[in-house]
Ligand binder design. Sequence first.
Ligand code: KIV
Length: 272
Amino acid sequence: MSVHSSDIKRITTHTIQEMKNRGEKISCLTAYDYSMGGIVDAAGVELILVGDSASNVMAGHETTLPLTLDQMIYHAASVVRAVKRALVVVDLPFGSYQGNSEEALRSAIRIMKESGAHAVKLEGGLEVKESILRILSAGVPVMGHLGLTPQSIYKFGTYTVRAREEEEARKLLADAQMLDEVGCFSVVLEKIPSALTREVSESVSIPTIGIGAGPHADGQILVLHDLLGINKEFKPRFLRRYADLNDVMHGAIAQYVADIKGKAFPNEKESY
Ligand code: KIV
């Protein structure tokens, strides 16, 4: 029996809420293009984030700050065209939502209209509450992001673990509760102590999605290129590599070059 895309049950924000309610962990990954989006979706992750980490892994920038709204929409539309099942969430890029809730709404609407994605994500707590409320009022699902928020890297000055001190931990907990109360559908917790992740996850009703935040989050997310070992230099403690694709790809391409030089490619069967 063949499976048509119309037979596949789509993951929604309600699906992942139900997963938290029954204690089933939620798997999430980033993707930035059509080919990878299709592979990630077919492999069964529930949530695909078109993250602004595209700025680092796709464009080679040092930070996530340079990525534009147009560029995010291009990445997101490519992923959406490939995805049949997962919930697709798109990062609002730096400068498209902070400090101006009308602009935040315009940015979110552009993402939803022009990419066909299902939700947006933005970084921060109380500071961006107005923007969150405005976007939610248009019926656009919002995912929060607390802890290490890479768009604020020049404020933090480092990518080290956040909220180790009591004051920052209390603020993070209050921000998470605010995101829950105003109606966000989930929240990413990045690089915070495991015990704080447990406390947050137990005190909010919405799913928490951890990265470098220990095992107590309701779900986990990694950057696809890190998990696949495409990017060899990035080796944080929280990263588990499931493949060494950098070596595999390098080997395949080097063999291709050698075959051309040695006149082994193409052969008769590969010719017309
Ligand atoms: O941009 C991104 O990839 C992210 C994840 C690390 C959560 O925000």
